[in-house]
Design a protein around this ligand. Structure first.
Ligand code: ATP
Length: 280
């Protein structure tokens, strides 16, 4: 059964049996926004038989709390690989990933699973909903994993109310009992967004969330992500949800606070663009 009061430090300490890093590991940017998620000199090569395909070639990236960061680049430049490494879904060959002042790339599997379930909300191009579950059950799934069976059952009424509210927030109050095959692409992606929010994540990591949607539906999903991030509505930084968005669509990226471009597995610093610092 999960322990909800577990802090990230405890999670790492327990998993690795070593002391939590010093507080100095938590760095601040010039704008006063703490770095929430960070890659340091990340390398990743995919192996195909004797052949190696180097995909990430030393990526340094800082994601600041409260910002909406877009990662762009040509097809094959390594965007999804980088996002997957940041989300600890994939392991880099070299380099480090830090979340909220903790090194997380080297956590054992169980620690990574807890980290993802508790702190990261993932959104994928292909939705990745469970086909046999209704929209409501899909949204509840991360809560079942987080709390464990007995604790989940004990709080089922409250959790169901929260999942229902989230589906209402994404405009799907009328689709609670629909299964994925009974939903449109936009509805499936909205369900996936509600699911990503269920455990109140610190950060949303979205991999081409509009890639399978027509333009109007995609714009609706983006509007939703912007609303969740809160910068467009002027929410103060503490209230904002950090969002990292991988996209090949420049018009999508144009609406982000900051854009990082990958070119053949490296960050193109010359192409960096910043719209505005999120206000402290
Ligand atoms: N599991 C894998 N095994 C082997 N090669 C892979 C694997 N996953 C990705 N690649 C290769 O790594 C490179 C980068 O892939 P990645 O999906 O990160 O790029 P991308 O920038 O997200 O591309 P796209 O915009 O087309 O989705 C590609 O050349 C791809 O073929």
């Amino acid at each position: 059964m999960s322990n909800d009061t577990t802090t990230l430090a405890e999670l790492m300490h327990r998993s690795e049996n070593r002391p939590a890093p010093a507080a100095s590991a938590f760095r601040n940017t010039a704008a006063g926004c703490p770095v929430l998620l960070e890659s340091r000199n990340l390398f990743k090569t995919y192996r195909k038989g004797a052949l190696g395909v180097p995909v990430l070639k030393g990526v340094d990236l800082e994601v600041r709390a409260g910002e909406l960061l877009a990662i762009v680049g040509q097809s094959g430049s390594g965007k999804s690989t980088l996002l997957h490494c940041l989300a600890t879904l994939d392991e880099p060959d070299d380099g480090e990933v830090w979340f909220d002042g903790m090194r997380v790339d080297n956590l054992p599997r169980r620690g990574r699973d807890r980290l993802k379930n508790r702190y990261f909300g993932m959104i994928f191009q292909a939705y990745h909903l469970l086909p046999e579950l209704t929209a409501l059950e899909n949204v509840l799934a991360p809560a079942m994993i987080r709390h464990g069976v007995f604790s989940y059952l004990a709080q089922k009424r409250q959790l169901k109310a929260r999942a229902t509210e989230l589906l209402e927030t994404v405009g799907l109050g009328h689709r609670l009992r629909h299964k994925p095959r009974e939903m449109s692409g936009g509805e499936m992606q909205r369900t996936a967004i509600a699911r990503a929010l269920m455990n109140e994540p610190r950060i949303l990591l979205a991999d081409e969330p509009t890639g399978n949607l027509d333009q109007a539906t995609g714009e609706g999903v983006l509007e939703l992500l912007h609303g969740l991030n809160g910068s467009a509505s002027g929410a103060n930084q503490a209230e904002r949800l950090t969002v990292v968005l991988v996209t090949h669509d420049r018009s999508v990226a144009a609406q982000a606070d900051r854009v990082v471009t990958l070119v053949e597995g490296r960050v193109d610093n010359a192409g960096a663009r910043q719209r505005a610092e999120p206000a402290a």
